[in-house]
Design a protein around this ligand. Structure first.
Ligand code: DCP
Length: 217
């Protein structure tokens, strides 16, 4: 806990399949770290409805519904109180809006009026709610590498995800977090090479763990 009486808040960003879960699992061994994994399970069962499956089956029909629900679950994580010194979140309100909503809008899978409404909600939230972030860890990957991983892990909703969708999401993450040319970046960015295999990735994470946990080396 710092002088603001708030945890040091770190969000993990990166393309689908870039290894966010691996990184979060690594930190779950620490008692003073609150790890908030992305609630994919919640998205798969909203009062019996599998929103993730609806999204991939008919994105033009369901993208607003899906992203509205993501926004709610992210807001829940941003505002969740904890006595831990560090809060680690998988994704954030920011990547929801700046990457996924933006991409759906650009690819015309979200109506302009729907885009306007979800953008208004987002603007209201970031103006009126404390969703401050202290560090962004960006798992930087090549689209071909993560696309292969997505097909290998075979989540049933994702089996038809085309490479072109992953390439578009990659570019949008790059413009936001690497080139920093598209949307505001709400915190300093720490990049990790996410093209490597699991063992190498864990090695890389261990080298920067003090930075991620805001500990003096
Ligand atoms: N998703 C989406 N819109 C969002 C957030 C996620 O459409 N705002 C989708 C993309 C994936 C699924 O939800 O199909 C989960 O995506 P993530 O990349 O957030 O999580 P992963 O489990 O794929 O991450 P990783 O493999 O890096 O652990």
């Amino acid at each position: 806990m710092d002088k603001r009486n708030k945890p040091f808040t770190v969000v993990i960003e990166g393309n689908i399949g870039s290894g966010k879960t691996t990184l979060l699992n690594y930190f779950s061994k620490y008692r003073d770290v609150e790890v908030l994994q992305e609630p994919v399970e919640k998205w798969r069962n909203v009062d019996g409805h599998n929103l993730l499956s609806l999204l991939y089956d008919d994105p033009a029909r369901w993208s607003l519904t899906f992203q509205t629900h993501v926004q709610l679950t992210m807001l829940d994580h941003h505002t969740k109180e904890t006595s831990a010194k560090v809060k680690l979140m998988e994704r954030s309100l920011f990547s929801g809006r700046y990457c996924f909503v933006e991409n759906l809008h650009e690819s015309k899978l979200m109506e302009p009026a729907e885009y306007a409404v979800i953008s208004e909600w987002f603007k209201w939230i970031i103006k009126n709610v404390d969703v401050e972030v202290d560090l962004i860890v960006y798992l930087r990957s090549d689209p071909e590498v993560v696309h292969k991983r997505i097909l290998q892990r075979a989540r049933k909703e994702e089996k038809t995800v085309p490479l072109s969708y992953i390439v578009a999401l990659h570019e949008i993450h790059e413009d936001w977090l690497h080139h920093k040319v598209s949307h505001p970046v709400p915190a300093p960015v720490l990049e990790i090479d996410a093209n490597v295999d699991l063992t190498e990735m864990l090695k890389q994470i261990s080298l920067v763990e003090n930075q991620i946990l805001n500990r003096k080396a």
